[in-house]
Design a protein around this ligand. Structure first.
Ligand SMILES: [Zn+2]
Length: 189
């Protein structure tokens, strides 16, 4: 289980994130903090491709990997690049409400018809394409998914802080996912 914790003031930043690029991110985006100049990216952000989500952050502050549902499982080499070559020590995963990757398999007809109509695909190929990949990319609850991805990536990159966040489309703000005490630490180490 987890809960969402808003950031409406600097004091709302979870203790684990204070003094880290996560605190800077929520200050820039939620609180409208003035943009500082950044010599190099300090943060890797993994987030959904959804066009309604736009972050208010300065140039050169973060690497951003965007994929449906914020799912980094098929683009992990780029995560490794940001860590290995970019020197990033902090990653945040941003899930969001109203995500198209939630309940994806229930919308097979919409997907197949759209790929035929808009993409010019043959129907059979569109159906095969959907059936091959929809289960891979579908996610359940966005917060639960961001949390499970954070836990997976903490094992993969044990020296990197991994923070799960949620973006609410209705107010355009970021929320911290607070992990319950029984299930582990908040926000890495
Ligand atoms: Zn989405």
């Amino acid at each position: 289980m987890s809960a969402l914790f808003p950031v409406r003031h600097r004091n709302d930043v979870l203790p684990a994130y204070r003094g880290t690029p996560i605190a800077d991110l929520v200050a820039y985006h939620n609180l409208g903090s003035p943009h500082r100049s950044h010599d190099r990216a300090e943060l890797l952000i993994g987030m959904c491709m959804d066009s309604r989500i736009a972050l208010r952050i300065p140039d050169n502050f973060a690497y951003i990997l965007r994929a449906g549902g914020g799912n980094l499982q098929r683009i992990e080499f780029k995560v490794s690049y940001a860590v290995a070559v970019g020197g990033v020590r902090t990653i945040c995963l941003i899930g969001h409400d109203q995500c198209g990757m939630v309940g994806l398999r229930a919308r097979r007809d919409v997907f197949v018809n759209g790929l035929v109509e808009n993409g010019g695909w043959a129907r059979r190929e569109a159906e095969q394409h959907f059936d091959q990949f929809s289960a891979v990319f579908e996610i359940g609850d966005p917060a639960a998914f961001a949390l499970s991805e954070a836990r997976r990536l903490r094992k993969r990159y044990p020296r990197v802080m991994i923070a799960p966040l949620i973006y609410h489309v209705r107010d355009g703000l970021l929320y911290q996912i607070v992990e319950d005490e029984a299930s582990g630490v908040v926000g890495g180490h």
